[in-house]
Design a protein around this ligand. Structure first.
Ligand code: ST9
Ligand code: ZN
Ligand code: ZN
Length: 333
C-alpha cells in the first residue's frame, strides 16, 4: 500500500543498508487490516493464570509487610534485581530483539538474555513476536493487549484469557527469521523454565541468605515476589496507562501517549507516542537519557564497544512529523 511504501523509503534512507529491509516494516502499523466486526469470539478465562496472578499479588503484599524486618542490604539487592530484570526487558526483549534498534555483541546478548529470564515475562522469542504484532496491529483484535478493550484487559487481563484468533493468525505472518537465527534467543527459549527457576527465583532468594545471613522467608518475598510483581506492573503500565493518559505531540491519530510517570517506573519506556511513531529509535524518545536509564545503559554499552549502530530519528524527521500529525501540545521530555 501507499503508506507502507512511504515507510520503506524513510527506513531505507535512515538505515541506508538493505539488510534492514528484512524486518524493516514488521514493527510499523499496518493500515491494511480490517477487523471482522460483529460479535467477537467468546472470552475464555484461563483459571490457572488467574489463580497464579492473585497468589503472586497477595505474596507481593505480604512482601511489603516484611520490609521493616529486612536488612538494608536485602533492600538494596531487591532494587538491583529490579534494575537487571528491567534491563532484560527494555534493552533486551524490547529495543534490541523486537525492534533491532541497535546491535549487541554476543557477550551483551548473553547478559541481556540472562537478565530477561530473571524478568520472567515469557521468553524473548514469544515476547518479541507478541510485541511486533502489537505495533503492527495496534488497537485492533489482532493486538495481543488491545487497549480498546479497556485498562484492565491491556494491563493484565490479556494474560488471563485465550488470545483472540486474529492475534495468532496475523502473528504467523510477522517476520521472525532474525529471531530464529539468533542462537542466544533460541537457546533461552529451549531452556526457558530452568533459566527462570535459577535466575528469577533461586539467585535473588539465595544471595541475601548466603552472603549476609538474611532469612529465606524475606529472601523469597522481597527480591523474588515483590520485585517480580512491581516489575510486571511497571511493564504492564506501558500497555495500559501509556495507551490512555498523556499527550500526543508526534501523532494524534494513534492512542499511545507520552506518560512521564510510566517512563520513570519502566526505566525509559513511557514516551509511547514517540515510540509508536518512530519504533526503530533506540532511545524510544527524542530526549536521550532523560527519565531513561535504558538509553543510558545502551550508550554505556556502546562506549564499552559491546554495542553499536544505534538507530534514531533525525531532528528534521521529528520536526516534520510533529508539524504534520502532532496534537500541538508541549513535549514532555
Ligand atoms: C508478561 C509479558 O507479563 C508482558 C509483556 C508486556 C509488553 C509491553 C510492551 C510495552 C513496551 C515495552 C515496555 C517495557 C517496559 C519494561 C519495564 C520493566 C520495569 N503470533 O500464548 P498461547 C500461537 S508475561 C504468532 O499459549 P493461548 C503459537 O503457535 C507474565 N503466533 O495462546 C503459540 O505456540 P508457541 C508471565 C502466536 O492459548 C500458540 O499460538 N507469563 C502468537 O491463547 C499458543 O499460544 C504469563 O503470565 C503470536 N503473537 O493462551 C503467561 N501468539 O508459543 C501468560 C500465540 O509454542 N501467557 N501464537 O509458539 C499464557 O498463559 C498464554 O499466552 C495465554 C494465551 C493464556 C495468555
Ligand atoms: Zn504500545
Ligand atoms: Zn515497541
Amino acid at each position: 500500500s501507499k503508506s507502507q511504501n512511504r515507510t520503506h523509503v524513510i527506513r531505507l534512507s535512515k538505515a541506508g543498508l538493505p539488510v534492514c529491509l528484512l524486518h524493516s516494516t514488521e514493527d510499523v502499523f499496518a493500515d491494511t487490516y480490517a477487523e471482522k466486526g460483529g460479535p467477537g469470539p467468546v472470552r475464555t478465562l484461563v483459571w490457572r493464570n488467574i489463580w497464579l496472578m492473585v497468589m503472586l499479588h497477595a505474596g507481593a503484599l505480604y512482601g511489603v509487610c516484611l520490609i521493616p524486618t529486612a536488612c538494608a542490604l536485602t533492600l538494596a539487592w531487591t532494587a538491583v534485581c529490579f534494575f537487571f530484570s528491567a534491563l532484560g526487558v527494555t534493552a533486551g526483549a524490547h529495543r534490541l530483539w523486537s525492534h533491532r534498534s541497535y546491535k549487541a555483541s554476543p557477550a551483551l546478548r548473553v547478559f541481556l538474555a540472562l537478565a530477561n529470564s530473571m524478568a520472567f515475562q515469557n521468553d524473548i522469542y514469544e515476547w518479541a513476536r507478541d510485541h511486533r504484532v502489537h505495533h503492527k496491529y495496534s488497537e485492533t483484535d489482532a493486538d495481543p493487549h488491545n487497549a480498546k478493550r479497556g485498562f484492565f484487559f491491556a494491563h493484565v487481563g490479556w494474560l488471563l484469557v485465550r488470545k483472540h484468533p486474529d492475534v495468532t493468525e496475523k502473528g504467523r505472518k510477522v517476520e521472525l527469521s532474525d529471531l530464529k537465527a539468533d542462537k542466544v534467543v533460541m537457546f533461552q527459549r529451549r531452556h526457558y523454565k530452568l533459566s527462570v527457576l535459577i535466575l528469577c527465583f533461586l539467585v535473588p532468594m539465595l544471595v541475601p541468605w548466603y552472603f549476609w545471613g538474611e532469612s529465606l522467608l524475606v529472601g523469597y518475598f522481597l527480591p523474588v515476589l515483590l520485585r517480580y510483581t512491581v516489575a510486571l506492573n511497571a511493564t504492564w503500565l506501558v500497555n495500559s496507562a501509556a495507551h490512555m493518559w498523556g499527550n500526543r505531540p508526534y501523532d494524534h491519530t494513534i492512542n499511545p501517549r507520552e506518560n512521564r510517570i510510566v517512563a520513570f517506573s519502566a526505566i525509559g519506556e513511557g514516551f509511547h507516542n514517540y515510540h509508536h511513531t518512530f519504533p526503530f529509535d533506540y532511545a524510544t524518545s527524542e530526549f536521550g537519557c532523560r527519565l531513561n536509564l535504558t538509553t543510558a545503559f545502551i550508550d554505556l554499552m556502546c562506549f564499552l564497544r559491546l554495542a553499536c549502530e544505534r538507530r534514531s530519528a533525525s531532528k528534521e524527521m521529528i520536526a516534520a512529523r510533529v508539524q504534520r500529525t502532532g496534537d500541538g501540545s508541549v513535549k514532555s521530555g
